[in-house]
Design a protein around this ligand. Structure first.
Ligand code: HEC
Length: 117
């Protein structure tokens, strides 16, 4: 018979032990943030969409690791020497404005971007 403290222990292990992956956020909230923070004005999310001021974000969760995206969306100044960012800066004349997103906001946006095809 499973005792109550074993169940509690199992719950703690399950909730703390799993590393955060894409999709851990709330995609519906992410969609809302994507439009409230103006991302939608510069980024298309569908692969077939026409070019915009910023890169198309279709498949972005496959292109970059969560750590990279978290860093770019929260601390863009630390990414000035990142080879991917340097490439993008050459390609897009406009620079992406710094964002004010919490780590949770970023996870929500990434869950939305992962679900948008
Ligand atoms: C004014 C236009 C603009 C806005 C608003 C904007 N971006 Fe960007 N974004 C860019 C540009 C341009 C780049 C390419 C890097 C650069 O030149 O700064 C970029 C790069 C990115 C990248 C990396 C793309 C890749 O192919 O590696 C991600 C992810 C991203 N933006 C997400 C967002 C999110 C999420 C928001 C909203 C919170 C947002 N951006 C708001 C213009 C914008």
């Amino acid at each position: 018979m499973i005792k109550r403290f074993e169940l509690i222990l199992l719950f703690i292990v399950l909730s703390l032990g799993t590393p955060k992956a894409f999709g851990a956020g709330n995609a519906a909230h992410g969609k809302k943030l994507f439009s409230e923070h103006g991302c939608i004005g510069c980024h298309a999310v569908k692969a077939s969409a026409p070019p915009m001021a910023g890169p198309n974000l279709a498949g972005i969760t496959k292109k970059h690791k969560r750590k990279w995206l978290l860093e770019w969306l929260r601390h863009p100044n630390s990414m000035k020497k990142d080879p991917e960012i340097i490439k993008l800066k050459h390609k897009f004349p406009v620079s992406m404005p710094p964002q004010t997103l919490s780590a949770q906001d970023v996870d929500d946006i990434l869950a939305y971007l992962k679900s948008a095809k």
